[in-house]
Design a protein around this ligand. Structure first.
Ligand code: GRF
Length: 193
């Protein structure tokens, strides 16, 4: 990937909409010597996102955008990314679908974490659907973002066993713990040449 590495870390923005537990795990990872990324900006579409607290705790700049006019909002986000010299984007529970145009501008530089074993169960309610279909496993996937939802090249996956009396809530909790591990691992994988 044609991004700058070495002593200077790759300036990264994390996009969130909710709890931000993946954001927290990425921030912790970014502080390790082995991390190729630094987290310089948190972007959210939701001013009530709990994860925004991590911006305060870890002193990371945060920007909240309302998506009433998607086109205009994306332009504002792109300008903010430029101001902060952002080279890489991690989507972590970001609930807005990013436009083709935006993705093109950051082609190959946006990744996402999804709570299923893609290509199975794209979209929402992944755990519920996996349980209803009597799947033996659910899991999580880190993948590159393309203009087709949850369909870009897979970087890393982790399987999680579905137990007999699992509820989507219980399963989601166990999968989330694995998400916190594979997101940093996927980043290491991308940037290790
Ligand atoms: C995670 O399950 C992630 O895979 C999905 O949204 C959830 C976000 O959780 N895209 P959090 O905000 O990181 O706690």
């Amino acid at each position: 990937m044609a991004l700058s590495t070495g002593i200077i870390k790759i300036k990264t923005a994390v996009f969130i909409s909710g709890n931000g537990s993946n954001l927290k795990s990425l921030i912790k990872f970014s502080k390790l010597k082995k991390s190729p990324i630094s987290i310089n900006l948190i972007v959210s579409d939701n001013h009530k996102a709990k994860g925004l607290d991590y911006g305060k705790i870890y002193k990371i700049k945060k920007k909240i955008f309302n998506f009433r006019n998607k086109n205009l909002t994306e332009k504002k986000i792109i300008s903010e990314l430029k101001i902060n010299k952002i080279e890489f984007i991690c989507l972590a529970g970001f609930m807005k679908i990013i436009s083709k145009n935006f993705i093109k501008k950051f082609s190959g530089k946006i990744i996402n974490i999804h709570p299923s074993l893609l290509p199975k169960y794209k979209g929402l309610n992944t755990h519920q659907r996996a349980i209803e279909n009597n799947e033996k496993f659910s899991g999580c996937t880190v993948h590159f973002v393309t203009s087709i939802l949850d369909s870009g090249k897979i970087i890393l996956q982790k399987k999680v066993k579905i137990n007999k009396n699992d509820t989507s809530k219980k399963l989601a909790k166990r999968v989330l713990l694995e998400e916190h591990k594979i997101y940093p691992k996927a980043i290491l994988k991308i940037f290790s040449f």
